[in-house]
Design a protein around this ligand. Structure first.
Ligand SMILES: C=CC1=C(C)c2cc3[nH]c(cc4nc(cc5[nH]c(cc1n2)c(C)c5CCC(=O)O)C(CCC(=O)O)=C4C)c(C)c3C=C
Ligand SMILES: [Fe+2]
Ligand SMILES: [Fe+2]
Length: 375
């Protein structure tokens, strides 16, 4: 028995639930996808029926603009396909450990298919003994990971899935994520440097561009997103170890009339135009390609850079299934498993007590005061 390989023992069935935002799978899905997004109390914290009607209004108004955005990339988002690649790579890596678990990765998207209800039913049908929730957002925000975790727990109640849960709420400085990012950013920076030398212009400026959120999300909910974005960017810069690097963090993708956190990526592109410096753009909050990278960064912002005669505009790709990133996710799963074994599962009180990290969890988010959270 002692020398028997793990693979011959009965292994625990462990479901890893990967969360992301989801994106429309065709032009007809754009409006309902947007409705789901704006009807989420984590995005618009109004009580119903106000939120419902506002979501109807905003999604109808935004749909033609969003459809045009998705038209640039074949009318749909590539997010699900790329997330499936990540799920396959992570599942293979985890099962290769032969450490007593039979792992299966499931995907739950927040605003388009596959939704939490369908995936939770699949986890139940598979017969999972345990669940590790793994948001594909390295930095925690109430608008993303918080919303997905809360929705997952609702779906578990609905389908009667009672397997214990532990949540990996955030991993902004996870070595695998940072090493993969630093390797890709360094390659992009060196590319830009070569182009700049050829053109006889100065050294490039690095813009770490993250998806923005309204200012009120940070101030009223004590949301740690912005401070975690800054930690990720700093860690990538430290890892790159380039002397006198010119870099900063900025925020893209603003929608609606509210004040958002800044500086905005557009503003920073304009400033680079005035300074005449080459640019390297690094998406730091996304780990997959989608409309915000392939259209906003690659088409819309590039056009602005061209108009401003910015000499070089280099966009670094997201980490996707980079082996270093996948091995970083393996570490996150193992660390979360350890927490589950030592401290027990998340309790389901997330719905009533707060709406992110359970407070026995030891990460930075758990140490922040609990935001009241939306109704
Ligand atoms: C870190 C990731 C994200 C945060 C934080 C976030 C907050 C947030 N987003 C909106 C509104 C929209 N987001 C849209 C697309 C979109 N958002 C994210 C990620 C974060 N959002 C992703 C990955 C995507 C792309 C989906 C895809 O293409 O597959 C959209 C739709 C596109 C558009 O119309 O521009 C909207 C709208 C708000 C309001 C918000 C915080 C309150
Ligand atoms: Fe946490
Ligand atoms: Fe968004």
């Amino acid at each position: 028995m002692k020398d028997m390989p793990m693979s011959e023992l009965k292994r625990k069935k462990r479901a890893i639930i990967l969360f992301n935002l989801g994106g429309p799978d065709g032009p007809d899905a754009v409006k309902p996808f947007l409705f789901n997004l704006f009807n989420d109390p984590a995005i618009i914290s109004l009580p119903n029926p106000f939120r419902y009607f506002l979501a109807k209004l905003i999604s109808s108004r935004r749909a033609p603009i969003a459809r045009e955005i998705y038209n640039h990339i074949g009318g749909k988002s590539p997010l699900l396909e790329l997330t499936k690649d990540q799920a396959d790579a992570l599942e293979t890596a985890l099962n290769g450990l032969d450490d007593g678990y039979e792992n299966r990765c499931f995907i739950a998207m927040r605003y388009w298919k596959p939704f939490a209800d369908e995936s939770a039913a699949a986890v139940k049908a598979w017969g999972a003994d345990e669940q590790i929730l793994l948001p594909l957002y390295p930095q925690f925000s109430t608008t993303t990971s918080g919303s997905s975790v809360k929705d997952w727990k609702r779906a578990c109640h609905k389908v009667g899935l009672a397997a214990p849960i532990k949540t990996a709420c955030c991993y902004p400085t996870n070595p695998g994520f940072i090493d993969a990012s630093a390797e890709m950013v360094k390659a992009g920076y060196e590319n830009a440097l070569k182009k700049a030398a050829y053109l006889g212009v100065g050294k490039p400026r690095l813009l770490f561009s993250a998806h923005g959120v309204p200012k009120a999300v940070i101030t009223k909910r004590a949301d740690p997103y912005q401070s975690q974005i800054e930690k990720s960017a700093q860690a990538v810069v430290d890892k790159m170890a380039i002397a006198d690097l010119d870099w900063l963090v900025c925020y893209q993708s603003r929608v609606g009339p509210m004040e958002w956190i800044g500086p905005s990526t557009e503003h920073e592109i304009e400033r680079a135009g005035k300074d005449g410096v080459p640019l390297v753009i690094v998406p730091i909050a996304f780990v997959t390609e989608h409309s915000e990278t392939l259209v906003e960064l690659d088409i819309e912002y590039r056009e602005i850079a061209d108009e401003l005669k910015i000499p070089v505009y280099e966009r670094v790709r997201t980490v996707c299934s980079h082996p270093l990133f996948i091995s970083g996710l393996v570490d996150v799963v193992n660390e979360t498993q350890q927490e589950l074994d030592q401290n027990g599962p998340d309790d389901y009180a997330v719905e009533t007590r707060g709406w992110w990290c359970p407070d026995e969890h030891s990460c930075a988010v758990a140490k922040q005061p609990m935001g009241a959270g939306p109704a």
